[in-house]
Design a protein around this ligand. Sequence first.
Ligand code: MG
Length: 193
Amino acid sequence: MVIGIDIDNTITHTTETIMHYARIFGEQRGLNTTPDPRYYYLEDTLGWDKAVAEEFLSHYLGCIYRDMLPKEQAVEVIQELKREHEIILITSRNRQYPEVEKITREWLDQNGIAYDRLILNATGNMHYFSKLVVCQQNRVNLMIEDHHDLVSEICGHIPVIMFDYPYNRHVNANNVIRVEHWNQVHKWVKAWK
Ligand SMILES: [Mg+2]
């Protein structure tokens, strides 16, 4: 089986790391630093101007991608899956940000994430791209993802295991399995076989 796996907030604790740096940046500028977890994007969750959010990311994205921690059991479960399946990491991280691909590959190696291929976003949208086409081109049989719009897009075609977050609670489809822990992913993939 070919398994597609998203990186941010699926393999990693991305939001926690973003909020750590957002507090530093926001407190220096008198901005709100208390997130509303119902929203996904920085400008929505903190109520910052889009331009301010972009300025923050252009300064801190490298630190954020270097510092973040893998979720509990993510490393072990992905290593286990890789023994029997092809693993393709598909991320909205944009290749146009300087060094993003290099930092991402270094982080994956340093943290022992097992994978066959990494596909980054090469579109003009810096934080989002449609992953359905990528899944189809690479014959992905199962996708693991957290982003509400991507889950909704992909689940019409292939099953999706979705990591539960307040911002994706409204997603409710037959082809979507909601999980909170990587051990549950392991169980579901085994059941599919
Ligand atoms: Mg994600």
